[in-house]
Design a protein around this ligand. Structure first.
Ligand SMILES: Nc1ncnc2c1ncn2[C@@H]1O[C@H](COP(=O)(O)OP(=O)(O)OP(=O)(O)O)[C@@H](O)[C@H]1O
Ligand SMILES: [Mg+2]
Length: 590
């Protein structure tokens, strides 16, 4: 839709978020009113200054001084109230809108087809949701209103300057470029340096993250010293960039003070002479100086926020692009639903699939397979044969180019994704646990499960015993990604999760890494419980699994080359007997 074009102006691109502003129109209008009123008050303070000087000080009458001071205080209070309203409303809208955008982006992205994340790195998406939205928030929550207020001040101030004194205004306006231009030039340099400075800090952060996440590898290789040196280098680079930025910034401040105060001095000289010769009043001069400072300040503020507006426009482009990304895996327009007590028979009909990034090399070619409800099939085959790819297809992470997969005669593409995936549980090679407690991780299989159901699932998964030994039982925190559990324990949690989900179809990716004999034994028993009465596909790395399966399917380079029982295949398939000899880790027992 609104494919962004970086050439169009920052403002137009920022307007892409206008649909997120819409619900808050009333607040925005109120904020605008407060903004115009406060800018008006600010401008009228100049008139107050003139009045105070001419009527209060010059006439030496205490009464009129008192009145003007009271007027001044009134204006100040109104200014304070208006500023409060403006600041509160604008910041509120900024925070609210950015929260809405964050939620919209995440809830859109989490629904995208998994293939999307092969070309769009999750780290980058993460930084879009955090950093880009923060940038946008600073613009919506302050910069936009600063810009608007200062534009009003600039025009209002200049007009009042002209009205107050034309001669002085002309002098100021002609000398303005000589003051503003050098300041802008150095200001721009400072801005680009501070961006560089931020990048350097990000490098430092990335390095810290990587080193700490892999602290065991660092220590195991005695790399602490090297790590320190590399970190020091990153930190020093950040420091050097910062120093350059500080140098320019100091120059900028000194230059601004010299030029601006010099100009004001010149103004006092020219204007003061006119006051002395009686051409203008002291109040006129004071008001004029007030407006000149106002104009100068608003110019400075505008140039300051302009860079930020541009950066926020870039951030908006990236967020809008994410919001417009379309999922390639969608629900059918007229979904069919599985009958309530369906069996879970799976039929694969001449399935051919290419990964989008490898259009000339079929990951699966012409696969046909029939698995009766409740039976199990063991997938064996060399690495890269396409076994995991098949799991991705039955879960509809990808759609095949030809053929299809049918559950009880219904093409999985005719089911809603939710129905299909409700029917399937997967226990992956390296089970994914999430930060949280044992209970939360088991309940991933069914968020509504009762405590009794969770315990029953843990028992069936042979996990009850070790969970009982954890410090807080089911409420023990497992740490990020479940780091506080051993490999075998993680697998049993994943099995308990699958049991709780109670699916018709089961996908198991056996762990290749050998667990110790005892935990392997319990994991095996847990799996057997899980497989009971379910249609099971298992990527097998253990002979016992293969032998117990109802059917063995041998994959090689994307093809299903043989199907049969262990004994049949040992006799007929050279590949299978070779795999059996080399790959299956335990000797043939029982
Ligand atoms: N996301 C992807 N994009 C492109 N090609 C892929 C992708 N994932 C896997 N492949 C390729 O598809 C082929 C099949 O991979 P798959 O992961 O299904 O193998 P596998 O049989 O599970 O192997 P292993 O036993 O090592 O797990 C491989 O050649 C692999 O390089
Ligand atoms: Mg695999």
């Amino acid at each position: 839709m609104s494919r962004s074009n970086p050439k169009t102006g920052a403002i137009t691109r920022l307007l892409q978020v206008s649909r997120f502003l819409k619900p808050y129109t009333l607040r925005i209008i109120a904020a605008l009113i407060a903004l115009v009123i406060t800018a008006g008050i600010m401008l009228s303070i100049g008139q107050g200054v003139r009045f105070m000087v001419d009527q209060g000080l010059a006439t030496e009458s205490l009464d009129s001084l008192g009145n003007t001071v009271i007027g001044f205080i009134g204006l100040t209070l109104a200014l304070a109230a208006g500023t409060f309203a403006r600041f509160y409303l604008v910041s509120w809208v900024g925070e609210r809108v950015v929260t809405d955008i964050r939620q919209a982006v995440f809830s859109h992205v989490i629904e995208l087809h998994p293939g999307f994340f092969e070309t769009n790195l999750s780290g980058e998406i993460q930084s879009r949701i955090t950093t880009d939205t923060t940038l946008l928030q600073s613009v919506l929550g302050s910069s936009a209103s600063i810009a608007l207020r200062n534009i009003i001040m600039l025009f209002g101030g200049s007009t009042l300057m002209l009205i107050t004194n034309i001669k002085l205004s002309v002098i100021i306006l002609t000398s303005l470029p000589f003051i503003v231009f050098p300041i802008l030039l150095i200001g721009r340099r400072v801005r680009s340096l501070s961006r560089k400075s931020q990048d350097r800090i990000a490098d430092v952060g990335t390095y810290v993250g990587e080193s700490l996440q892999n602290v065991k590898t660092v220590h195991a290789f005695n790399h602490q010293q090297l790590a320190k040196q590399r970190f020091d280098r990153f930190a020093e680079q950040a420091f050097e960039t910062a120093v350059t930025r500080i140098r320019y910034r100091s120059i900028l401040i000194a230059l601004a003070i010299t030029l601006v105060l010099g100009a004001i001095g010149a103004m006092f000289w020219v204007g003061g002479k006119d006051v002395i010769s009686g051409v203008i009043s002291g109040g006129d001069l004071a008001a004029f100086v007030f407006y000149a400072i106002l104009v100068a300040m608003s110019l400075g503020a505008i140039s300051e926020v302009y860079g930020e507006l541009q950066r926020a426009a870039g951030a908006t482009d990236r967020l809008v692009e994410l919001l417009n990304a379309e999922s390639l895996i969608l629900d059918p327009e007229t979904p069919v639903s599985l009958p309530d007590n369906h069996q879970g028979e799976v039929e694969v009909k001449s399935l051919t699939f290419f990964y989008p990034s490898r259009p000339d090399h079929a990951a699966l070619k012409d696969i046909s397979l029939n698995l009766e409800a409740g039976k199990s099939v063991a997938f064996v085959g060399p690495s890269g044969a396409g076994k995991t790819t098949f799991f991705d297809l039955i879960l509809r992470f990808y759609d095949p180019q030809e053929g299809g997969i049918y559950i009880d005669g219904i093409n999985i593409r005719d089911l809603t994704l939710e129905d299909l995936r409700r029917d399937i549980a997967i226990v992956p090679q390296l089970p994914t646990l999430f930060t949280g407690t044992v209970r939360e991780n088991i309940c991933y299989g069914n968020p509504d499960a009762t405590h009794e159901e969770v315990v029953a699932a843990a028992k069936a998964a042979y996990a009850e015993e070790f969970i009982g030994r954890l410090p807080e039982g089911y409420d023990s925190d497992l740490g990020e990604g479940g780091v506080r559990l051993s490999g075998g324990q993680r697998q049993r949690i994943a099995i308990a999760r699958a049991i709780l989900k109670n699916p018709k179809i089961l996908l198991l990716d056996e762990a290749t890494s050998a667990l110790d004999a005892e935990s392997e034994h319990v994991v095996q028993k847990a799996l057997e419980t899980l497989m009971e009465g379910r249609t099971t596909f298992v990527i097998a790395h253990r002979l016992s699994t293969v032998i117990h399966a109802d059917l063995i399917a041998v994959f090689d380079q994307g093809r299903l080359v043989e199907q049969g029982s262990h004994n049949e295949l040992m006799a007929s398939s050279e590949l299978y007997s070779r795999l059996a000899a080399l790959q299956f880790k335990e000797p043939l027992v029982g």
